[in-house]
Design a protein around this ligand. Sequence first.
Ligand code: SF4
Length: 265
Amino acid sequence: MTEAPAKAKRHILSLSGGKDSTALAIFMRDKVPEMEYVFCDTGEELPETYDYLDRLEAYLGKPIARLNPDRPFSHYLDVYRGVLPDSRTRWCTRMLKIKPFEKFVGEDEAISYIAIRADETYRTGYISTKPNLQAVYPFIDAGVVKEDVFRMLEESGLGAPEYYEWRSRSGCYFCFFQQRREWVGLKERHPDLYEKAKEFEKFDEETGRRFTWSQKESLEELEQPERMAAIKESQVRSKDAISSNLSDILIDEEEEDMACLVCQL
Ligand code: SF4
């Protein structure tokens, strides 16, 4: 009896809607024509992200598989008894991003293309560690640094994601990795999403415990006009402004180092 031919290894590139994974898709498009592109959609992403992925899909000439979690964020929030995810627990990444990705890969042998750049080899991150997944780092191998990423995005005609005008990373609109100035940006650009994020925050009157996205203040406190003005003022003073100039987009490398790779590369 002849043995069935071994199944070919799959090639998978997980997009976050951010600049680095997008640039990696551009970089790999003609090198690995069999590449499968995926986006783990929490259902809580920014509208700009969906638009950007549509444009990338057109550029790649291939569909980007949208992977949805089995249950929405609100379901898991109930499971975790209203305790919002934070940088320590990261249950959202596990349940809404990594699990759907691992289901998509199944038991197939696959190569997973990770967009860590050559100028950030210190990054560790939070990704799937399934044994049948072999992680590769084409940007590190090719010495691609941040400036190269922006150049690739510009040359492709895609540019950087639109949300970079007010926010320095991809991911859910309520992501707890957001800095205060980015919450202000969300309030100004997407007041409806700010309201939705606010609704997830809770105050337990019995225990006095607060479940807020930011440890220091609730979104209700942050949205007070004087507080927003103070945050914007300190942003200007510390030259911490997010510029729409591609080469000048500021990313807090230290915080980014802690962020989840699957969400924010
Ligand atoms: S983007 Fe932020 S909130 Fe969304 S799944 Fe990732 S870590 Fe969680």
